[in-house]
Design a binder for this molecule. Structure first.
Ligand code: PA5
Length: 366
C-alpha cells in the first residue's frame, strides 16, 4: 500500500487521470453542490403544498434509507432545537405504533422505489397520517400523486448520495412553510457562500499542496477510517463521512459519536495493535462544542491516538448549525472522492446495492 507523495499529487492533480476513473462524473455533481443547495430551496418553495396541511399535527417523521435517509438525520440535527414537536427519522420498514392521523410523515426516496420507504409510506397512508413525498419519481411519486398528496419533485439522474442538497434542504423549507420551524434566506446565504469558498479550496483545480481534501485523502490511503464526532451535527457528519467512504471509495469505514463512545469503544483500541494500525482516526470538531465535550474529546484523543497509524482532526466552519454541518459534509465528500481515485475505483456505481435490490425485487412476501 505504499505510494509516494508525489504520486498522490500527480494523480489527483491530473484531470485526465480522474476522468478515466470517474466514468459517471461524480466530480461535476460535487462541484455543483453549492448550486444544488440553492436550487433545492427554490424547488421546495414553489412546490404545491396546501396551506394548513399540517393542521392538528403533533408528531413528525422522516422515512428514508441510505443516501436519502441521511437527509433526514441532517434535518433533525439542524432543526431540533427549533421545532416544538417530536421528530423521528425512520430507517427501516416499520413506523412506530403511535403514527396516526395526527402524524406528518415526509417520505424521502431519491429513486422513489426503495421498498423500506415505500412500506412506511403505505403504512402511514393506511393509518391516515398526513404525508408529503420528496423524490425524483418512481413508485413514491406515482402513489403520492394517485392519493392527491403533495409530491416535491427533485431532478433525477444523480447517485442519491450526490443529491444530498435536494434530499435535505427541502425538508427545512417544507417545515418552515408549514409553520412548524423557521428557515430563512440568511441561513441559506451563509451556507451557500461557505460552500462556494470550500469548493474553491477543495476542487480538482486546486493543486495538491494547497488542497486540504487531497492531502487528507493521501493520508488516509490504505487505511480504514474511524470517524468520531460529538452528538448532534458532528456525529451526523461522521455518519455521512463513513457512508461516503463506503460507497465512493469502496472501503470499510466506521463511525461513532461522543459521549456514547466513551462508555464502550474507547476501551476497544487497547489490544490487536497489528490490526488497529490499519485504521485511521478522524475527529470532526465543532468550535461551539461545550467545555465538557471538549475535555472528553481531548482526553479520548490522547488515550487512543497511539493505536492508529494516522489521526486527522477537522473543524466545522461557519456560524449556523446548517453552515457548520454542510461544511463538514462537503469536505468529507471531496476526500472520499479523491480516495476513490487513489484506490482506482469509480466513485459512482454501487453494484452490490443494486444487486441486492434486484434480488429482493424477485422475492414475494414480507
Ligand atoms: O447511496 C445509495 O445509492 C443508497 O444509499 C440509496 O440512497 C439507498 O439505497 C436508498 O435509495 P433511494 O435513495 O433511491 O431511496
Amino acid at each position: 500500500m505504499l505510494m509516494a507523495q508525489s504520486s498522490f499529487a500527480d494523480k489527483l492533480d491530473s484531470p485526465s487521470f480522474i476522468r478515466e476513473i470517474d466514468s459517471q462524473n461524480m466530480l461535476s455533481a460535487l462541484e455543483g453542490f453549492p448550486e444544488q443547495c440553492r436550487e433545492a430551496v427554490e424547488i421546495a418553495r414553489k412546490a404545491a403544498i396546501p396551506a394548513g396541511f399540517a393542521r392538528g399535527v403533533s408528531n413528525l417523521f422522516v422515512a428514508g434509507m441510505g443516501g436519502s435517509g441521511i437527509g433526514g438525520d441532517l434535518f433533525r440535527v439542524v432543526i431540533e432545537d427549533e421545532v416544538a414537536l417530536p421528530l423521528q427519522v425512520v430507517k427501516g420498514y416499520r413506523l412506530p405504533g403511535y403514527v396516526g392521523p395526527d402524524s406528518l410523515l415526509i417520505a424521502v426516496s431519491y429513486s422513489g422505489n426503495t421498498e423500506e420507504t415505500l412500506n412506511c409510506f403505505r403504512e402511514a397512508l393506511s393509518r391516515q397520517a398526513k404525508i408529503i413525498c420528496l423524490t425524483s419519481g418512481g413508485k413514491l411519486a406515482a402513489e403520492g400523486e394517485r392519493n392527491n398528496l403533495p409530491v416535491v419533485k427533485i431532478p433525477g439522474g444523480l447517485q442519491p448520495r450526490a443529491a444530498l442538497g435536494y434530499l435535505f434542504l427541502p425538508l427545512l423549507v417544507i417545515l418552515s412553510r408549514l409553520g412548524l420551524a423557521s428557515f430563512d434566506d440568511r441561513q441559506l446565504a451563509e451556507a451557500v457562500a461557505l460552500l462556494n469558498q470550500a469548493k474553491a479550496r477543495f476542487s480538482q483545480r486546486s493543486s495538491f499542496p494547497e488542497n486540504q481534501a487531497k492531502q487528507i485523502a493521501a493520508r488516509l490511503y490504505g487505511k480504514a477510517p474511524v470517524i468520531y464526532g460529538s452528538e448532534g451535527l458532528a456525529g451526523v457528519a461522521a455518519l455521512r463521512w463513513k457512508c461516503q467512504f463506503n460507497e465512493n471509495s469502496k472501503i470499510p469505514a466506521f463511525c461513532h459519536s461522543f459521549p456514547e463512545l466513551n462508555h464502550n469503544e474507547l476501551v476497544g483500541w487497547e489490544k490487536l495493535a497489528n490490526l488497529t494500525k490499519s485504521f485511521s482516526l478522524i475527529l470532526l470538531r465543532d468550535k461551539d462544542e461545550s467545555a465538557r465535550m471538549r475535555t472528553r474529546i481531548e482526553v479520548t484523543k490522547e488515550l487512543i491516538k497511539g493505536a492508529f497509524d494516522e489521526a486527522v482532526e477537522v473543524w466545522a466552519e461557519g456560524r449556523s448549525p446548517l453552515a457548520k454541518t454542510l461544511s463538514l459534509i462537503y469536505l468529507g465528500d471531496y476526500i472520499s472522492f479523491y480516495l476513490a481515485i487513489l484506490n482506482g475505483v469509480d466513485p459512482s456505481p454501487v453494484e452490490k446495492i443494486a444487486f441486492l435490490k434486484e434480488k429482493l425485487a424477485g422475492v414475494e412476501g414480507d
